[in-house]
Ligand binder design. Structure first.
Ligand SMILES: Cc1ncc(COP(=O)(O)O)c(C=O)c1O
Length: 391
């Protein structure tokens, strides 16, 4: 038995994933399976729990000072897990990476200017861009052999000169792509051709399935550093999203000053719980736990995909990373209301709706399989039953 097999009841804990499932999707709390929001139903590693316990035992929760151990831990992780040497002076701590994205949009673009997204993509990007009064420029990913690829000729033709920024999701949510060096170089060159700030959201970089290698954008090409903002976090990797802490890493000194000024203008400083947890997580003990986690997620992925792909008309994309299955219902010939209704009402599963990820997501649902394996097996069985007439 794996430590990840333990079924932890999350109801009544203010878990958005479980406590909001019925209200948002109409999936009954009594026997529903929550497979939407991207957090995991697992406890973080003992090193993180011990750090929090240490805070509780001490019992005084004042302002945090001296972040050298925290910065050292980030640098250690990036060097040891990603072969990327980070200058501690280039690191900013934000309240998570949605906040990091919003700060980048606010710092480097003006109202009315365009921010390029390769869609479908993580829905909060568009939400933040719209809320800031900027324009979302959707560059559609192309499906080739069941995976997403980019078409830079089409994107070049689409640019109007009003664009100021491009946000890349690397690895990609929801398509699971671990972009190759050539693809990443293509994005860097696209950013240079159109003089765009390049924000690379690498929050899923630790959750890469065996056989694939994530390459940090900062290592792709020296020329990209002048326009690059890297974003990484402990939140997905260690399942501590509620700690709301993220790393915004800015290699170019002249891009750092306006970002620092924006944070100062907003009166931002980090939350000590997040700092303690992240420092503990980025450690050899944390690394060992992540290796075990990735093996477990890979097992869940295979089980879920096999069940889904056995249903005629359903196709689960081959995930190279993340714990999110991106399932296409196009082949069923059903309307969106019908296939979504079957998943929610018949299978009693809450999954993210494809259209929220932008153009190209219309016929998809996204399922989070970072949950104990028994539930993943059960989800597969429920889907097979709900679409049993297609067998
Ligand atoms: C690509 C991406 N960026 C950011 C986030 C959320 O980041 P945070 O919780 O740090 O705001 C997610 C969560 O799913 C994500 O997939």
């Amino acid at each position: 038995m794996s430590r990840f097999d333990e079924e932890i009841d999350r109801f009544g804990t203010h878990s958005v994933k479980w406590d909001m499932m019925e209200k948002i999707y109409g999936v009954p709390a009594k026997d529903g399976l929550s497979m939407w929001v991207a957090d995991m139903d697992f406890r973080p590693p003992a090193c993180v729990q011990d750090a929090l316990q240490g805070m509780l035992d001490h019992g005084v929760y004042g302002y945090y000072g001296d972040n050298s151990a925290y910065l050292d831990a980030i640098c250690w992780w990036m060097e040891n897990r990603h072969g990327w040497t980070v200058d501690p002076k280039s690191i900013f701590s934000t309240h998570g990476l949605v906040n990091g994205t919003a700060l980048c949009v606010d710092t480097y673009t003006a109202p009315g200017e365009g921010v390029v997204l390769f869609t479908p993509v993580y829905h909060a990007f568009a939400r933040v861009i719209h809320a800031a009064g900027r324009e979302v420029v959707e560059c559609p990913l192309v499906q080739n052999g069941g995976r997403y690829e980019m078409d830079f000729d089409a994107y070049d033709a689409q640019m109007t000169g009003n664009e100021r920024m491009v946000i890349l999701c690397s690895p990609h949510n929801p398509g699971g792509r671990v972009w190759t060096r050539a693809e990443l170089k293509g994005v860097a060159e696209f950013a240079r051709r159109h003089d765009l700030i390049l924000v690379s959201d690498e929050i899923h970089h630790d959750l890469v399935m065996p056989g694939h290698e994530h390459i940090p954008m900062a290592l792709v090409d020296d020329n990209v550093l002048e326009r690059l903002v890297m974003m990484t976090a402990t939140s997905k990797t260690f399942n501590i999203a509620g700690s709301h802490i993220g790393n915004v890493i800015i290699p170019n000194e002249s891009l750092r000053a306006p970002f620092a000024a924006k944070m100062a203008a907003m009166g931002m400083s980090a939350n000590s719980f997040g700092l303690f947890m992240a420092t503990a997580a980025y450690s050899p003990a944390g690394a060992e736990w992540v290796d075990e986690l990735v093996g477990y997620l890979d097992g869940n992925r295979k089980i879920f995909d096999a069940a889904v792909n056995s249903i005629p008309g359903l196709a689960s994309m081959d995930m190279q990373s993340t714990y999110l299955a991106w399932v296409d219902f196009e082949g069923t010939g059903m309307t969106r209301e019908e296939f979504t209704g079957r998943v929610q009402k018949d299978a009693r599963i809450a999954a993210n709706l494809g259209p929220t990820f932008g153009a190209g997501g219309e016929s998809f649902l996204r399922f989070n399989y970072a949950t104990p394996r028994r539930r993943v097996i059960e989800a597969g069985e429920r889907l097979q039953k709900a679409f049993g007439d297609l067998q």
